[in-house]
Write a protein that binds this ligand. Sequence first.
Ligand SMILES: CC(C)(COP(=O)(O)OP(=O)(O)OC[C@H]1O[C@@H](n2cnc3c(N)ncnc32)[C@H](O)[C@@H]1OP(=O)(O)O)[C@@H](O)C(=O)NCCC(=O)NCCS
Length: 183
Amino acid sequence: MVVLEGSTVRLRPVSPADYPVLYDWYQDPELVAPFDRYASESYAAFVASLEQADGDPASLAPRFAVERRAERDLVGVVGFYRAHPVLEYVDVWYVLGVRGARGHGAGSESVGLVADHLFRTTTVERVGAVCDVGNVPSYRLLERLGFRREGTLRSALFHHGRWHDVHVYGLTRADRTPPPALG
Ligand SMILES: CC(C)(COP(=O)(O)OP(=O)(O)OC[C@H]1O[C@@H](n2cnc3c(N)ncnc32)[C@H](O)[C@@H]1OP(=O)(O)O)[C@@H](O)C(=O)NCCC(=O)NCCS
């Protein structure tokens, strides 16, 4: 079982006890509003996607549950997926489902732990992320970690009734300082 320990958060695998809480988050249309949308067809489909994620590099299912160390509560999830059929990078995504946990550094610490984990345990050279151009907390989180804005894709994401532009961010192994220890 892979557990990533930070100073304020602990990332652990998603367990069946988490499924109802996570599914509730996915049913809340305001969870990531107004910057994105998340949805799942049904509870059964949601559970199936979680349980098949390990063998599927392109899975969009959450890969880690985020707990606050002090409160020992589940506050969010982080995912990563192979985002392109040819190019060899991995994109990360992240949500703090407990709104009261936002704005205290838990998001950036969690994404940093996952980026370091990917650099440590895979040969990937670039970890990427995309976010709605209006999602200031999301892109500030990325910039705090050293991700660089590499461009903007126009009309790339449809949500809340219209097409949105998204910023593309990337963090190379060399960008991350200090580089994570090998092994
Ligand atoms: C995006 C998200 C994970 C950020 O996590 P977080 O723990 O709240 O962020 P942090 O406290 O680590 O702060 C990261 C940066 O965002 C800034 N920030 C946080 N909340 C902010 C807000 N409401 N408005 C403006 N900036 C904000 C912080 O100041 C920090 O930037 P800094 O280093 O320049 O000071 C969280 O806000 C969230 O879950 N949002 C909804 C889901 C979502 O949008 N996910 C991303 C989809 S691309």
